[in-house]
Write a new protein. Sequence first.
Length: 144
Amino acid sequence: MRYFTIEELYRSDTAVKYGIKNEPNEEQRKNLERLVENVLDPVRTLLGKQISVSSGFRCEALNRKVGGQKTSQHLKGEAADLQCYDCEYLFKLIRNNLIFDQVILETKDIVKNSMIIGKKIWVHASFSEKNRNQAFKMHNGKVI
């Protein structure tokens, strides 16, 4: 592992805030290692710039707290949400150059006082034993 550590893939400010122990078991750690080796490190090499992990492994309690899906690959250690200077380009790099399970360009409106004041953007990338190579975009939780 060249650019990412397993620890940064399960470190969570939300878990600390709520006293949730968010540590992967051995199988989940192996899944995180495969994710790093097959997707995260290779795309970091292709990009040539820093990539931040906003969410990696999530235990069930943390996944519930952040509103994650019950079938989320984050629970298995197979997924990470990534941010960088150009998430759309990061999405395309993964989609066009790597083997993956899913790569999703996700956007979400930031709303204050019933007004959209901005947009949050990230790339969800996953790798599993049975990769489906699914690439798509979502906005506010809906496929677009």
